[in-house]
Design a protein around this ligand. Structure first.
Ligand code: ZN
Length: 468
């Protein structure tokens, strides 16, 4: 696809108008202020991947090709295919959701206004006890539909029923860093724990699946749901298979105090001692941290996924993101599940992430738009080990979204980067592309029957409630 005359969030998170961006297969191969040559198809390969950005971008209007050709909407470029008219629109990197539990969408709005322990024990755990294979398939597919509608192309997804999740994710065309979370309370031996066995099987079966779209990670659900023996075994598994780690860390004050009572150390210090951060790791939440904890996370190069809406809804606390930024920690953004969110609207997530950072620091100058956009995109890709993704850059994966800036909530626009964080809405997204393939466009879901996914997910919810 060739995007023409489009506003562009560049690789250094500045903004330029009137740009051309070309994709071939799964890659971004052209960025420039003029249309690419039509005969590039016969050019040497290194020429096709050459980036061209000059210092005085075109402002608006029809854009001339290098040979005087004027591309119109609906036209086809011989090398890039469809020409997409980006007038009044913004092209930015797609979002990487750094923490989620996709099948929990069946519990959207179920168990509202409860503290975390009652929410889990009285509502979520009894519901999950009745989950079954097809319910997980349809709920995951519905979550994928909502994700691509809100510009998310990849989620760090921690749950179980992995076969059914992978099936749905593959249908959607999205990517996933998936993990079978281990919660081993009640188990003494490794072989007695279904979660531990399934975590290992999942890694062996699916890591690198779907041309690398599926990355499998090791996962301890949390410190408080595992013994030290199991935590060390999970860390060893990650090292054995050379995979990443995904774990809930210091989400609530009571969890953090409990860990100090049990082990005399904070969750971050204790999990580090158990070896969980000896591989590239993604620590979800990190609300209750000490300065020493932040030093450990920085030293171990752990990514933090901050889940602002979920943390606020369950009144768990507010992650001190400016303090993490100050230590040079890679801070990504997660939604957590819609059971505690209750949506995957990533623009809403990004805005509250920025506002809570400012509010906690009592300083409106922190959380710059460049930092916040980086956290929503590039930092999420880094947290997933997708090092060639999350930026609009030569040779990078074509994971892109188009945002309509010709809507009342975006006018007038004094600064488009700030407007993207504070004024844009998730429903202003008009196109989501993953690995060069359009998954969503102008209300149309290209890879799935969304009406059926909604109906099947509702039927599954009714069935589970009837079994409880
Ligand atoms: Zn979670």
């Amino acid at each position: 696809m060739l995007f023409k005359n489009i506003g562009l969030v560049t690789e250094d998170f500045s903004y330029r108008e009137g740009m051309y961006v070309g994709t071939i297969e799964d890659r971004i191969v052209y960025i420039g202020e003029t249309a690419p040559s039509e005969d590039s198809g016969s050019a040497p390969e290194e020429e096709l991947f050459k980036i061209t950005v000059s210092s005085n971008p075109r402002k608006s209007g029809e854009s001339s090709g290098c040979c005087g050709h004027v591309y119109k909407s609906g036209e086809t470029h011989p090398l890039y295919g469809e020409v997409y008219d980006g007038t009044g629109k913004v092209l930015m990197p797609a979002f990487y959701n750094a923490h989620g539990h996709s099948p929990m969408c069946l519990m959207r709005g179920y168990g509202e206004n409860l503290p975390l322990d009652r929410w889990l024990n009285e509502k979520i755990f009894p519901f999950e006890d009745k989950l079954y294979s097809e319910a997980v398939y349809w709920s995951t597919l519905l979550t994928m539909a909502e994700s691509i509608r809100y510009g998310i192309v990849s989620t760090s997804d921690m749950y179980y029923f992995i076969d059914d999740m992978v099936r749905a994710i593959s249908v959607s065309g999205m990517k996933s860093n998936i993990s079978r979370a281990v919660a081993s309370i009640g188990c003494e031996k490794l072989e007695d724990c279904i979660g531990y066995r399934e975590m290992r099987e999942t890694i062996m079966m699916y890591d690198g699946f779907a041309n690398g779209k599926i990355i499998v990670e090791a996962s301890a659900h949390a410190e408080y749901t595992n013994s030290e023996y199991f935590l060390r075994a999970i860390a060893e598994t990650a090292k054995e298979f050379d995979v990443r780690m995904h774990v809930h860390v210091a989400e609530t004050e009571s969890e953090t105090k409990g860990c100090i009572e049990r082990y005399g150390r904070t969750p971050v210090a204790f999990l580090a001692d158990c070896g969980l951060f000896d591989v590239p790791a993604n620590a979800a939440h990190c609300v209750w941290l000490t300065d020493e904890d932040r030093d450990i996370l920085a030293e171990k190069k752990v990514s933090v996924s901050s889940n602002t809406v979920s943390n606020m809804k369950l009144a768990s606390g507010i992650c001190d993101v400016p303090a993490l930024y100050a230590k040079g920690i890679n801070v990504a953004i997660g939604t957590d599940s819609v059971a505690s969110n209750n949506s995957l609207n990533f623009f809403e997530e990004m805005k509250l992430f920025a506002l809570c950072g400012k509010f906690r620091a009592m300083d409106p100058s922190v959380m710059t738009p460049e930092q916040v956009l980086h956290s929503a995109t590039r930092s999420g890709a880094i947290a997933q080990g997708r090092m060639d993704a999350g930026l609009i850059k030569e040779g990078f994966k074509a994971d892109l979204i188009v945002v309509d800036a010709s809507v009342p909530n975006m006018k007038p626009s004094h600064d488009i980067l700030n407007a993207l964080i504070y004024s844009a809405d998730g429903k202003d997204i008009c196109l989501t592309m993953c690995d060069g393939k359009v998954l969503y466009r102008d209300g149309i879901y290209m890879t799935m029957d969304v009406e059926r996914a909604m109906a099947e997910a509702e039927n599954a919810t009714k069935k589970i409630l009837s079994l409880m």
